[in-house]
Design a protein around this ligand. Structure first.
Ligand code: FO1
Length: 332
């Protein structure tokens, strides 16, 4: 039976919609949809689980780019141009480090450095990353729950035609130029899901895989916190209580909205498209959200799809997309 196609949101659900949602998020795109969901869902109805594979030590500081991008975005503190780092930032420290001959390739702003100094101090004092994140969210006025995917140190290593590179070395220092051959998540063998992640997923009505890079932002989370396969389509007998899992494509018209996702697909021999993303999560999904310009791809996607405007150009776009996703979840 061909899944029916939903074109955009037919109407807005009441803002009191009570859906417990767990959002899996990485960098900027994930943070934006998490922000949209946080505009609609009460604090007790949304948990954001964030990738920590991009974390690294730099200048003696322990830096968690995706955690900070999600938290700064939820707190309204993020730099609106880049999506990462702080708004109204100054760069005195990094420019003086440069004058001293230190590395300046990873742009750390003065306010941002406070986050890294305090996180590093607390980690050295034995606090867990999740406890630190909880305290920082309180300090930044974030009411929704933000969890690192694990408290254990894990690192995404990018295998390229120039050998293996640590993620930020590849992504920022080398500007994603080396050709990608594969990825490895160092430390995944011994990393446990963060406390509270399983419970959040158990009590959720649905998991939303945000429009983040499937390879380096979402896969690490799924390696640490595997999701059960999608429930069989209705009428297939088993009344599976499996979780609804909905992914939002980060690729529109064959291009990534931001970052190297499309380039990675091409270098791995896969035609970059929303279809490739749906395939990437094959077997996990109950539904898939792609952009209206890719609506014709829906016919090739085995699960129910929603074609809508997925480009989040401003704050209201984020809430609109979140509303469309929640409405779509309700229709599954
Ligand atoms: N991305 C860049 O392209 N250049 C930077 O200099 C840079 C600095 C930076 C500082 C703090 C932070 O939290 C993120 C930063 N990012 C920078 C973004 C970061 O590399 C990526 O957003 C994630 O690692 C991938 O989503």
């Amino acid at each position: 039976m061909m899944p029916t196609k939903t074109k955009g949101a037919l109407h807005r659900p009441p803002s009191t919609v009570h859906r417990r949602i767990v959002a899996l998020a990485g960098g900027v795109g994930g943070a934006k949809l998490a922000y949209g969901l946080a505009q609609i869902l009460a604090p007790e109805d949304l948990t954001v689980i964030v990738n920590t594979g991009d974390d690294f030590e730099h200048l003696g500081l322990y830096i968690c780019p995706d955690l900070d991008t999600v938290c700064y975005t939820l707190a309204g503190l993020a730099n609106p141009e880049t999506g990462w780092g702080r708004v109204n930032e100054t760069w005195n420290t990094i420019s003086n480090i440069e004058k001293l001959g230190g590395p300046n390739w990873f742009r750390l702003g003065d306010q941002d450095i406070a986050t890294h100094l305090e996180r590093t101090r607390r980690l050295k004092g034995g606090q867990s990353l999740s406890q630190i994140t909880k305290d920082f969210c309180k300090a930044w006025g974030i009411k929704h729950t933000v969890l690192p995917m694990t408290d254990s140190p894990v690192r995404t290593i990018v295998d390229t035609d120039e050998g293996e590179l640590a993620f930020q070395e590849y992504f920022v220092h080398r500007r994603c130029e080396p050709r990608v051959k594969g990825f490895r998540l160092d430390g995944v063998q011994v990393a446990e899901p963060v406390i509270g992640a399983r419970e959040a997923i158990e009590s959720a009505e649905a998991i939303v895989i945000c429009p983040s890079n499937p390879w380096v932002s979402v896969d690490p989370i799924l390696r640490i916190i595997p999701l059960t396969p999608a429930p069989l389509p209705k009428g297939e007998g088993r009344r599976d209580k499996g979780k609804k899992v909905v992914a939002v494509s980060p690729i529109i018209g064959g291009k990534a909205v931001k970052g190297p996702a499309a380039k990675m697909y091409s270098e791995l021999g896969i035609e970059p498209s929303a279809l490739a993303v749906a395939e990437h999560y094959r077997g996990l999904l109950s539904g898939f959200v792609l952009d209206s310009i890719d609506a014709e791809l829906s016919m090739k996607i085995a699960v129910k799809t929603l074609a809508t405007d997925t480009l989040m150009k401003n704050l209201s776009d984020r809430a609109r997309l979140a509303t469309d996703v929640l409405h779509f979840i309700g229709s599954l």
